[in-house]
Design a protein. Structure first.
Ligand SMILES: Cc1ncc(COP(=O)(O)O)c(C=O)c1O
Length: 410
């Protein structure tokens, strides 16, 4: 086979388990709890197509042209208004905003401008795989913070920071990465007390917080908490938002909201990556936001997901309540449930029999940078139909029981 010489980063790159797994999504009869893919029924396609026609015909000089690296002013303005109305975030100017190709590219750009090979950063365990991939391009020195129903362990964060400070290594810490609402993959939400604690520690050690919040607008029940950005401001927090889960992932639009110095640096990095985000989808989204109330449009989407989430929780209860040591998270929003089996179960190994039984899930170890989470799995309830959720959880139980018997665990 032909060999090519790759850079160190190139050599480190391996194919993502999620992508590999998604290859089997289209096998006939397969039920997938795998990808965090929105239900296409929720895309406002007719409204978008109307706006798109207008933008293409009447604003072609902008929408079919290269655009500014920072992003389209029309969309920026509309998004600043959106943040003011829905998140009570005031005082932003266009210089506090960068529009990226989804949040994923924002994570990559942040990794580029913030991390050297010796830099350290805090992430949750389990971690969002996309963030782990972006950060580990430049530094493998992640410090893991276990998650509970209330978010990352802030006592451990305090302990680790104290330790690093004593060793004189605090300047190596570049950021604390948090997914505050309906965590991917765990489904949990950072409570108010822990939000305050993270901010207090970040103030104490002069650290940046990266707040990655794709799911906050998908709340199905209960009261939300203010964003860390709202609580601590742009000197302390960089907020990442995206349209992927609330409008359309195909439009590939993400937002970085933060201090103008950070935004300017990200803009310079972005110029080397893609020059600018697509003018066409930015202008469509901008005009769409001017014309429609996105929060209002999300109400039926929230209804669809709430029903699916409730159904999945009911089915998990029905099928797994009799199995000792099995537990799962109960998200109030977002797209994911994290299910943990007793010690000894290896969900990566279980994937093959899951596929044979016609059900896909993502093994927990895919969300762990340095190993671990072997007995957990991520279940996404947003895409399968209600009847497939019922059938899929049955198949999952069958898979778990078969594996348990085979390994002498049951
Ligand atoms: C926590 C988190 N951050 C970022 C992303 C990337 O989203 P996108 O690039 O589609 O905006 C995702 C997608 O699933 C996510 O769950």
């Amino acid at each position: 086979m032909k060999k090519f010489a790759f850079s160190k980063i190139g050599q480190k790159l391996t194919s993502s388990i999620i992508r590999e797994l998604l290859k089997d999504v289209n096998v006939p009869g397969m039920i997938s709890f795998g990808g965090g893919v929105p239900d296409p029924k929720t895309f406002p396609r007719y409204k978008l197509s109307e706006v798109a026609k207008d933008v293409l015909e009447n604003e072609f000089a902008f929408s079919l042209q290269y655009g500014p690296t920072e992003g389209d002013d029309v969309l920026k303005e509309a998004y600043i208004n959106f943040l003011k109305r829905n998140d009570n975030i005031e005082g932003l100017t266009k210089d506090n905003l960068l529009i990226t190709v989804g949040s994923q590219s924002a994570l990559y750009l942040l990794s580029t401008i913030l991390l050297d090979s010796e830099s350290k950063y805090f992430v949750s365990k389990p971690v969002y795989l996309g963030a782990a991939s972006a950060f580990s391009m430049n530094s493998m020195n992640h410090i893991d913070l276990p998650l509970s129903e209330d978010g990352i362990d802030t006592d451990l964060l305090e302990e680790k920071l104290l330790e690093l400070d004593k060793k004189g290594e605090i300047s190596k810490v570049r950021f604390i990465y948090v997914i505050p609402n309906f965590h991917n993959p765990a489904g949990v939400t950072l409570n108010l007390e822990r939000r305050k604690k993270i901010i207090e520690l970040a103030e104490k050690y002069d650290l940046l917080i990266i707040e990655d919040d794709p799911y906050g607008d998908l709340r199905y029940e209960g009261e939300g908490f203010p964003s860390l950005f709202k609580m601590a401001g742009k000197n302390r927090v960089l907020l990442l938002r995206t349209f992927s889960k609330v409008l359309s992932p195909g439009m590939r639009l993400g937002f970085v909201i933060g201090h103008e110095i950070l935004i300017r640096k990200l803009v310079m990095a972005k110029q080397a990556v893609d020059l600018c985000s697509p003018s066409l989808t930015q202008r469509i989204a901008g005009r769409f936001l001017e014309k429609y109330d996105l929060k209002e449009l999300l109400k039926p989407t929230i209804e669809i997901y709430r029903k699916k989430k409730d159904l999945m929780l009911e089915e998990l209860e029905r099928n797994f309540a009799d199995m000792e040591g099995v537990h799962w998270t109960r998200p109030q929003g977002g797209l994911f449930i994290w299910l943990t089996l007793p010690e000894g179960y290896d969900t990566m190994e279980m994937m093959a029999s899951g596929k044979k039984n016609g059900v896909l899930f993502i093994p927990g170890s895919a969300f762990s940078i340095g190993g671990g989470c072997d007995n957990s799995m991520r279940l996404s309830f947003c895409l399968p139909s209600e009847e497939n959720i019922i059938e899929g959880v049955k198949r999952l139980k069958k898979t778990v029981v078969e594996y348990g018997k085979e390994k002498g665990l049951l």
